[in-house]
Design a protein around this ligand. Structure first.
Ligand SMILES: NC(=O)c1ccc[n+]([C@@H]2O[C@H](COP(=O)([O-])OP(=O)(O)OC[C@H]3O[C@@H](n4cnc5c(N)ncnc54)[C@H](OP(=O)(O)O)[C@@H]3O)[C@@H](O)[C@H]2O)c1
Length: 340
């Protein structure tokens, strides 16, 4: 079987595809023949050595994949060969096959496609965690999203609608205006417009109830300012540490230097909260499983439907990642590992 590896820190041209023996399951594991794997922005940061919680190089990235079970180890119950599943791979999802603990595999209802299954966990799981689990979003709430056209951004927009949010404001690159508006989101050009001012103008001067910030650096304090008294800010990414496909120490250092250190006394007197969110480092796996169950119901009931930018054959992984580096994606990018 073939799998993608990051052999060392590098640009997209450092990515390799290697041949390996098909995996055999140990006790408690199943082997999944992968059809689709999700690409996440975190995969790009890992390749640049900017992530912090990935395995040592060389390693295979890929948090999430969908496919079918082709081998079953001892002491596995509830699965059979041929079952269509979602695999929460942690790492290693960019691969034709993976052997994985059956605890991390979820059977797919017939109505859910491999594309949908691989597009949902990280993006919608994160969005759900922020808005519903931490934020207890209520009907009528107002929300600011950055990267509104991206994987998490489109998931946040859909979940805001499910929750009955009254106003959703989203920043993105100028070429995505029509697309962002088609999601029911007020578009703000991330380069030429002032999102703090627009958030205030659209909320009678108060600011939004929820600000979703995966940018970090200076942007985070501006998101805090765009939030009303009693509002909530969710800090869950540092995309401003990245410039192009090669690591820039200067850009990463600037992000770190400019990321604010919040004053708890000021937070207390304005009743504001800042949540730090890292789904890969949740201690209790039942939290994420609960989110997946809720999301699977929403998908079956037609309340959400992941926006898929494109599906790329895995041999073109470098082009697919470059597409994201170039800020071109509208929604989720998937890799196709299905047998030809
Ligand atoms: N903490 C967690 O558990 C968690 C989980 C999932 C995602 N995240 C974070 O959420 C953010 C979105 O993730 P995603 O996977 O859904 O990706 P995504 O939003 O689809 O990422 C690509 C988009 O990000 C924007 N962007 C901003 N800075 C960029 C840069 N330096 N290089 C390239 N694109 C940049 C671009 O859109 P515009 O130019 O239109 O803004 C681009 O199209 C990332 O920061 C990611 O690390 C965190």
């Amino acid at each position: 079987m073939k799998k993608i590896i990051y052999p060392r820190i590098g640009g997209v041209d450092s990515i390799e595809i290697i041949e390996e023996k098909d995996p055999l399951p140990i006790r408690g594991e199943v082997v999944v023949r992968i059809h689709r794997a999700g690409i996440n922005f975190a995969d790009l940061m890992m390749r640049q050595g900017l992530y912090g919680s990935n395995p040592d190089f060389p390693f295979t990235p890929g948090y999430e994949a969908s496919g079918e079970i082709i081998r079953i180890g001892d002491a596995v119950e509830g699965f059979k060969i041929g079952d269509r599943v979602l695999a929460m791979t942690g790492f290693g999802g960019y691969s034709e096959q993976i052997s994985i603990s059956s605890d991390r595999v979820f059977k797919l209802p017939e109505s859910i496609t491999f594309d949908q299954a691989a597009a949902i966990p990280v993006t919608y799981g994160t969005a759900y965690h922020m808005l519903f689990h931490l934020g207890r979003i209520s009907p009528g709430d107002t929300v600011l999203i950055h990267h509104a056209a991206g994987g998490v951004g489109t998931a946040v927009a859909q979940l805001c609608r499910v929750a009955g949010a009254s106003t959703i404001i989203g920043t993105a690159s100028s070429s995505k205006k029509d697309f962002v508006e088609s999601l029911g989101v007020k578009f703000v050009d991330r380069e030429s417009e002032d999102f703090v001012k627009i958030c205030k103008e659209m909320t009678e001067g108060k600011g939004v109830h929820h600000a979703i910030d995966p940018v970090g650096g200076k942007n985070l304090m501006r998101s805090y300012k765009a939030t009303r008294r009693g509002g909530k800010v969710y800090f869950f990414g540092a995309s401003s540490a990245v410039r192009g496909d090669r690591r820039s120490f200067l850009t990463a250092f600037r992000m770190w230097l400019n990321t604010p250190k919040f004053d708890p006394l000021k937070m207390m007197s304005s009743n504001k909260a800042v949540f730090g969110v890292h789904m890969g480092l949740l201690d209790d796996p039942s939290i994420f499983k609960g989110h997946l169950n809720a999301l699977s119901k929403m998908l079956e009931e037609g309340e959400i439907d992941p926006v898929i930018d494109g599906v790329w054959r895995f041999e073109r992984v470098s082009d697919a990642q470059m597409h994201m580096h170039n800020r071109m994606n509208k929604g989720k990018i998937l890799l196709d590992f299905s047998p030809n």
